[in-house]
Design a protein around this ligand. Structure first.
Ligand code: NAD
Length: 302
């Protein structure tokens, strides 16, 4: 793939994940984040995960040397082919940042937002010059390993920018999922949120601890989900008749009251229960050690 210049705006958990994926695939990256020590933090993280990226597979020309930081947002984006916005999930902040990006980025550059929740039509309202090149490109943590990226265009997005984005993410060894419409939360997070709602109810009602809920996924459905999503999984649960039998047998259960639960109130008590539970589960293992374990596991799995 031709070497591209990627601008990464916001270098937190997700922005840094994008930087790692772009560098690993041999591209040039210009980053921007106004937080003090942002550059030091990114470079420390890259040093830490580079061996992981090597195991996963680096492009021949991949190098940390291809990363630089700009002092101004305008400088970071003015020569970019793709701008990946990854600032905190606040509408006003995102719009303000996207406005500046749009003012300074080349007209043919793709402006992609990592937003977990906002629809592209809402974000592109901030771009008065070229809203037609704004797309959502929603990744999953850790971005440098997980292949899924959900791509969506808004009312003003031109199809050719979706096609261009699809081709670029595909060449970044990702599995782009181009959505045919736009919804708050896209697809993956809507599904995860549904599970999270139920998990909170179960903990809130004292039915299971956070550890037991995690166990119910890790040793059960979670193992299958790496291979098959909810539809194919249930298709196989229906025996020789597949989905048809499954729907006949379990379809009526969708009318039971517990299938219509809304999220429980996040009371201080529930928050503490969830925090205490996960702290207990982690034991003496640091988050960084857990990240390393997760990364080794993901590479083996893939
Ligand atoms: P984060 O808080 O870890 O990082 C945000 C970064 O943006 C910080 O480093 C902050 O200094 C920087 N920032 C703040 N104002 C800025 C500005 N004006 N210009 C440039 N940078 C600025 O957040 P995150 O978890 O990385 O989330 C970033 C985006 O990615 C959000 O939209 C979120 O919804 C989305 N996302 C998050 C996850 C996840 O698992 N954390 C997954 C997918 C998508």
């Amino acid at each position: 793939m031709t070497k591209l210049t990627m601008a990464v705006v916001g270098t937190g958990v997700i922005g840094n994940g994008w930087i790692a994926r772009f560098l690993a695939n041999g591209h040039k990256v210009i980053a921007y984040d106004p937080a003090p020590q942002a550059e030091e933090k990114t470079r420390a993280l890259l040093e830490d995960i580079w061996p992981t990226l090597e195991r996963y597979g680096l492009a021949g020309n991949a190098s940390i040397e291809q990363l630089s930081f700009a002092d101004e947002l305008a400088d970071a984006v003015s020569g970019a082919d793709l701008i990946q916005e990854s600032v905190p999930e606040r509408e006003e902040l995102k719009k303000q940042v996207l406005y500046t990006i749009d003012q300074h980025a080349p007209a043919e550059a793709i402006i992609a937002s990592s937003t977990s929740g906002y629809m592209p039509s809402v974000l592109q309202e901030a771009c008065e010059k070229h809203p037609e090149r704004v797309v959502i490109a929603h990744p999953f943590n850790p971005v440098y390993l997980i292949p899924l990226v959900e791509i969506a265009g808004g009312k003003q997005t031109e199809a050719r920018f979706i096609e261009k984005a699809n081709a670029i993410y595909d060449q970044l060894k990702m599995k782009p999922l181009v959505m045919s419409g736009e919804i708050d939360g896209h697809i993956g997070d809507r599904l995860m949120e549904a599970l999270w709602r139920e998990a909170l109810h179960i903990v809130n009602d004292g039915i299971a601890t956070t550890e037991e809920v995690d166990k119910a996924i890790v040793y059960g459905p979670g193992l299958r989900w790496a291979l098959m999503g909810p539809f194919l999984t249930l298709h196989l649960a229906g025996g020789n008749e597949g989905m048809k039998h499954m729907l006949e047998q379990f379809g009526p259960a969708l009318k039971l009251p517990w299938t219509k639960l809304v999220a429980p109130e996040l009371t201080d008590e529930l928050k503490q229960k969830v925090i205490d539970g996960t702290t207990l589960q982690s034991g003496d293992v640091s988050i960084s050690d857990m990240e390393h374990r997760r990364d080794r596991f993901l590479i083996k799995l893939m």
